[in-house]
Design a protein around this ligand. Structure first.
Ligand code: MGD
Ligand code: MGD
Ligand code: MO
Length: 763
């Protein structure tokens, strides 16, 4: 049976065993062990695993299964060479699974697509850049090109990329964060003024209460569990708010603590599990806020200490009375129904929240990939503001980002809706007028490709074809392009779904030594808590033909822009410190950039809201009331299809990194050797007249006339609220309608897709 419950604590021996097997396998192919122990060291590289910060850029090796997998995947000795491409047509490669494609190893040479043979053949770097330049310069309008970024690009690479693209003339910057924490970046500015988290790791040492919304840290941010373990042992109360009881939030054995490992003991993490229905968090948080207000009313009445923080509200906020009025008029029945959480449990959560003197709220994709994710993020800041839980030690907002430099890339100006002040600064520093009109994000880019408005695509990393919604449609969009350019470390399906002309440009990974004129170069990254630090690769490059991302971007720029602008591309790639000097000229908070990143651990980038400075229109933190909207696609679909209509979330298994499939297991959820599963409540299985283990097909219930199906998933009975199901991405992306996005953020709603199940045609 491929599915069995996992009764062990998260991490611990299970994780170590995985790593041992992994290393043994890789030993044969010559992985650089030292590299595993050098990640996040003061003179080593930043872990490409995730954006969770590390202590002091740790002085001891901090064990993390996710990091080990990411590093091992990058330092594999397997190679995708010109011979490999000569042996396979693109059509043949498309037959392989994402897992198989990943296993072929590192790309070694720049390759160009040859239609006659349906193969990628080698191309000289200069010719590749000339091809890009010719195509870009042949477009009628720079807005016909789109420039994607995935969140591993360094600050320096991202900065040069946006400089090049803006000098070329467009703001078309689709970015992986459009599919990720965009709701955070769009929501928080409206309440606290800046779209970043307000805490640092130090705050975790002082928090007494932690609310963990919509995250699976055991898999996605394992080092976060180390912090939660310390919090739990100190007696802090941890609440998991998640439709699933994720294993890592139940019990955790720390690989950092040999005694726990040897005695097979573990630390219980969450004291309380709240299991809202998918997308129910807005109503749940609003319910908690309403209860907090009720308890405050009572406190005033009977003359005991206030529950609200009236001093904070008076000194630091605006809009409280409108917000409170909306809370008072909201109906409990609606909040209970929409959240899927009982009134008793909402009250209990409110009790935990008000007992906390120092509360941290963290969140991940469970909050951001819904239609109303911006209101949800704003409601969470409203709640925290009610008790002044922002901008003091041990308390605050903590969005947990994904890719290791996704936050830094946005800081560097990867932004399709750039602020005027930033553009003014760019104009002043670089002496050209950047485009002012807004560009396309991810979803808009796909739409523009379909409409023939975008004809050229450049991807700085990532896997645009597979990470995005509506897969068959997105494939067509990419295939309609005149040229697609993929700058990548490893082969993925996105390289095989290409335009009429296509390039694959292989690049150095962060773990590799980046020599320019014989001098090793460091790059910088910003983690989820706004710590900026430098990263030096330690491994020998996978191939002598590789160029760094910075070299690729600057040579692409030189070839395209020629003498049009006096930008110093050559100087930038000769010495990355020169790029940092120019970054500092554009962003004041990066003053003394080179000196400050030279210090071990780097520096903390100022986050105004952390200091209780509010960069909002009013100059204060703003309470923003949020309505529970009743006319939603899910409700409409349910009205049409009744209780057979299920809401699906698409999530990550333990053995994948986004679209990269490392292996086929999802250990903590007890799934082994397969990915095509659907987690579903047993009562829903009964309701459908099916059995656990049945194979089903899934169809989206979306009324735009497009049929969206994905076939062949096994039903797994699971502790998940009624009406909700879960499955893995990217296999389920064909079911996510392109038009289904978060209001105000454009994020595909990949955690709430209305679907119908039927027994699989083949069963
Ligand atoms: N090993 C590994 N590490 C990774 C990644 C990876 O793929 N593999 N990806 C990286 C990236 S880019 C990102 S963004 C992060 C993602 O890390 P997470 O934010 O943990 O993302 P998901 O795996 O999608 O898990 C989302 C969690 O939200 C819960 N959830 C789903 N819907 C809801 C809801 O409506 N309400 C609530 N409260 N919870 C909900 C799910 O049950 C699940 O536990 O991880 C990063 N780290
Ligand atoms: N249905 C559904 N869809 C989702 C999500 C979901 O939860 N559900 N999550 C969304 C989220 S949160 C995100 S962030 C996106 C992820 O979207 P992407 O960031 O586009 O996808 P990845 O799978 O992380 O990209 C992996 C590829 O990046 C390349 N790569 C790796 N390292 C480097 C490097 O150092 N440099 C360069 N140039 N290339 C490199 C490799 O070729 C690898 O194949 O997916 C989103 N899509
Ligand atoms: Mo992400």
């Amino acid at each position: 049976m491929p599915v069995k419950p996992y009764h062990h604590p998260a991490a611990g021996w299970g994780a170590l065993k995985y790593v041992a097997i992994n290393l043994l396998k890789e030993r044969v192919s010559g992985v650089n062990y030292k590299s595993l122990f050098a990640q996040n060291q003061p003179d080593g590289f930043d872990c490409p695993g995730c954006a969770w910060p590390d202590r002091e850029h740790a002085s001891t090796f901090e064990f993390c299964e996710n990091g080990v997998k990411a590093v091992a995947a990058e330092s594999t000795s397997k190679r995708v060479t010109p011979d490999f491409f000569a042996a396979h047509t693109v059509a043949q490669l498309l037959e392989q699974s994402d897992y198989e494609l990943e296993q072929h190893g590192r790309l070694t040479h720049p390759m160009v697509y040859e239609p006659a043979s349906d193969k990628y053949v080698p191309i000289a770097w200069d010719d590749a850049f000339k091809l890009i330049a010719d195509e870009l310069n042949a477009l009628e309008d720079p807005d016909q090109a789109a420039f994607y970024t995935s969140g591993r690009a360094s600050n320096e690479a991202a900065f040069l990329y946006q400089l090049f693209v803006r000098a070329y003339g467009t703001n078309n910057f689709p970015d992986c964060s459009n599919m990720c924490h965009e709701a955070t970046s769009r929501g928080l500015p409206g309440t606290v003024g800046i779209g970043k988290g307000t805490v640092t790791l130090d705050d975790f040492e002082h928090a007494d209460t932690l609310l963990i919304f919509g995250q699976n840290p055991a898999t996605n941010h394992p080092r976060m569990l180390g912090e939660l373990r310390e919090c739990a042992r100190r007696g802090a109360t941890i609440v998991s708010i998640n439709p699933l009881r994720e294993r890592g939030l139940e019990r955790f054995t720390s690989p950092q603590h040999p005694l726990e490992m040897l005695t097979l003991s573990s630390t219980p993490i969450s004291a309380m599990f709240v299991q809202p229905r998918l997308g129910g968090d807005l109503a749940l948080i609003k319910g908690v806020a309403k209860r907090v207000l009720e308890l405050d009313d009572r406190a005033v009445l009977i003359g005991v200490p206030r529950v609200l923080d009236p001093d904070f509200i008076a000194a630091h906020t605006v809009g409280f009375s409108d917000f409170a009025r909306d809370l008072r008029t909201e109906k409990w029945a609606l909040l209970v129904e929409e959240s899927g959480v009982s009134r008793e449990q909402i009250d209990r959560l409110a009790e935990v929240f008000i007992k906390g003197q120092r509360v941290i709220a963290t969140w991940g994709m469970g909050l951001t990939q819904h239609k109303h994710s911006v209101p949800t993020v704003q409601m969470l800041s409203n709640l925290m503001m009610m008790r002044g839980q922002i901008g003091k030690r041990g308390a605050g907002l903590c969005p947990v980002r994904g890719h290791s430099n996704v936050q830094g890339d946005r800081t560097m100006g990867i932004e399709e809706r750039p602020a005027a002040a930033f553009l003014n600064r760019m104009a002043r520093v670089f002496g050209f007028e950047p485009p002012r009109h807004h560009g396309y994000d991810v979803v808009a880019t796909i739409g523009a490709m379909m409409a023939g408005k975008v004809k050229m695509f450049v991807g700085l990393g990532g896997n645009f074809a597979m990470a995005t919604p509506d897969t068959p449609l997105t494939f067509k969009a990419l295939q309609s392009c005149a040229l697609t350019v993929q700058i990548a470390t490893k082969l993925n399906r996105g390289h095989l779904i290409h335009g009429r002309k296509a390039l694959i440009l292989p690049t150095l990974g962060r773990t590799e030594i980046d020599l320019q004129n014989g001098v090793p170069q460091g790059v910088t990254v910003e983690d989820s808590m706004s710590m900026v630090h430098i990263s030096y690769g330690l491994n020998k490059p996978a191939s002598p033909a590789l160029l760094s991302e910075i070299a690729i971007v600057s040579r692409m720029a030189e070839a395209t822009l020629g003498r049009r602008h006096k930008l110093k591309w050559q100087a930038y790639r000769d010495d990355y410190a020169v790029i940092r000097d120019d970054i500092e000229k554009v962003f004041d908070d990066f003053y003394d950039y080179n000196a400050r990143v030279a210090k071990p651990g780097g520096f903390h980038l100022k986050v105004a809201s952390r200091e209780r400075e509010w960069a909002t229109e009013s100059g204060k933190a703003q309470f923003v009331p949020q309505k529970i909207v009743l006319d939603t696609p899910i409700r409409r679909a349910r009205a049409k299809h009744g209780q057979r209509l299920l809401v699906m979330m698409t999530t990550r298994s333990h053995d994948q990194y986004n679209t990269t499939i490392y292996a086929m297991d999802d250990r903590y959820r007890g799934v082994f050797g397969m990915r095509r599963v659907i987690f579903i409540n047993q009562q829903d299985i009964d309701m459908l007249g099916m059995k656990a283990g049945d194979w089903v097909d899934v169809e989206s219930a979306w009324d735009d006339g497009v049929e969206r199906r994905a076939g062949g998933f096994m039903l797994v009975a699971y502790d998940i609220p009624r009406g909700c199901i879960g499955a893995y991405y990217p296999e389920t992306n064909p079911l996510v309608p392109l038009g289904s996005v978060a209001d105000g953020a454009g994020t595909p709603t990949s955690k709430s897709i209305p679907v119908l199940l039927s027994l699989a045609a083949a069963s």
